[in-house]
Design a protein around this ligand. Structure first.
Ligand code: DQA
Length: 139
């Protein structure tokens, strides 16, 4: 299968910021673990802090025959109607993921404007949130 692992704002700081919440692995280390887990599949990785770049990457994925996009939009999850609309633009299924259990944290993190246009949501399992999300396409 072919997957796009797409990370948004501040996810490049994973392993450096709030280690008690997001863990000690860097995004490169997380991506390496994902690539190792899915070694028989095609995995592409992209991160941007810029909302428009994330929208552009989702749009581009429409013509790249991905089976699924695994998206951790970071804080954009909670308010980006632009990313929500970009997901709605494409027929590639998107699974929303979070490293942390957003429902056990600040109230503003309980709401996602993306979930409604996503196939499903997985949160709270650290780097395994990405792996569980991609595994769901194989069931
Ligand atoms: C996050 C949760 C978001 O609320 C937060 O803004 C992030 C990371 C997570 O992976 O747990 O940047 O998406």
């Amino acid at each position: 299968m072919k997957f796009l692992f797409l990370n948004g704002v501040n996810l490049n700081m994973t392993g450096i910021r709030e280690k008690g919440v997001y863990g000690t692995s860097t995004l490169d280390e997380i991506n390496a673990a994902i690539a190792k887990h899915f070694k028989g599949d095609t995995c592409e990785f992209y991160q941007s802090n810029i909302e428009g770049e994330i929208c552009g990457r989702i749009q581009k994925a429409q013509n790249e025959e991905f089976d699924g996009i695994i998206l951790n939009a970071g804080a954009y999850t909670h308010y980006s109607y632009a990313i929500r609309d970009a997901i709605a633009c494409v027929t590639v299924p998107v699974v929303e993921v979070h490293l942390s259990n957003v429902h056990a944290r600040d109230e503003f993190r309980h709401n996602s404007v993306l979930s409604e246009v996503c196939k499903g949501v997985i949160c709270g399992f650290g780097k395994n949130s990405y792996i569980l999300a991609a595994e769901s396409f194989k069931l």
